[in-house]
Design a binder for this molecule. Structure first.
Ligand code: ATP
Length: 257
């Protein structure tokens, strides 16, 4: 199946763009949703935690046992659910731990993506991969930003709680071989910060810390086949997505080289 990978920095507008594709009938597979399901309580993620049109049903909690075995009770809550804030602190603080978490989640996420793609009959599918591009100088998400993030989560509890509400993201790169195209949502950092502050209530410093740990705009744009510059209205965004949709339909219908 023809596939388009959608990526972009924090608050750039990935979900908004994905929703525009969903509205056009395009199947959307979101690797964040899959990661959340894999680490949800074994009974599965509540349906309302899944974005409209989201695909990629993962067995609820399929990664929980492996996470518990690797990181111990320190990352579990008393009720047996994952303590996301504790796990986040752990992987920001420790490169090796981040690799271990990636080794648990990454293959499982890829497997669910593959299984889901196999069930689809649409002309093409969109796969949302927030961390498709990782920072080259801080491949494990280490660095100044992460330290700032860690201190924010450990010394300022209210901020830590807000950060805990943010999706727990791990390395999901390695998709280049299954993607026909890469679509990057791009917007200036200040717009990203303003949008995330308005949406999640994170502080400017917390968002800067996350941005510092992510790939930069230039690194992402370097792998883009298509770019949406998300600085205009939602109406303009919908029109851009509609034009891209036509392009992808044509590309998907063309015989592969
Ligand atoms: P994250 O990385 O945090 O998951 P994201 O890249 O998926 O974020 P969105 O959730 O789509 O980004 O957008 C962030 C916020 O900005 C949302 O509240 C969304 O409604 C808003 N937003 C996105 N694009 C626009 C736009 N063109 N005009 C106005 N608001 C926008």
């Amino acid at each position: 199946m023809f596939t388009v990978g959608l990526t972009g920095g924090i608050g750039s507008g990935k979900s908004t763009v994905a929703d525009c594709f969903t509205a056009l009938g395009v199947p959307v597979i979101d690797t964040d949703v899959i990661a959340r399901e894999l680490t949800a309580p074994a009974r599965g993620t509540p349906p309302d935690a899944r974005p409209a049109g989201g695909l990629g049903a993962a067995p609820g909690g399929a990664a929980l046992n492996a996470i518990r075995a690797t990181f111990g009770e320190a990352v579990m809550q008393a009720d047996g659910t994952l303590d996301r804030a504790a796990l986040r602190r752990r992987i920001f603080a420790d490169h090796a731990a981040r690799h271990q978490l990636e080794a648990i989640l990454h293959p499982r996420i890829r497997q669910v993506v593959g299984q889901t793609l196999a069930t689809l009959t649409a002309p093409y599918a969109l796969i949302v991969i927030p961390l498709l591009v990782q920072r080259q100088d801080h491949p494990q998400g280490a660095g100044r930003g992460c330290k700032a993030d860690k201190s924010a989560t450990t010394t300022h509890r209210p901020e830590g709680e807000r950060l805990a509400a943010y999706p727990l993201r791990v390395e999901t790169s390695g998709y280049q071989d299954v993607l026909n195209r890469v679509l990057v949502v791009d917007c200036p950092e200040e717009a990203q910060i303003a949008r995330v502050m308005a949406r999640n209530g994170l502080t400017h410093a917390e968002i800067k810390a996350i941005l510092a740990a992510q790939a930069g705009r230039a690194e992402r744009l370097a792998v883009a086949d298509d770019i949406i510059v998300n600085t205009a209205s939602l109406e303009a965004l919908r029109a851009e997505v509609a034009a891209l949709h036509q392009r992808y339909l044509a590309l998907a219908a063309a015989p592969s080289p």
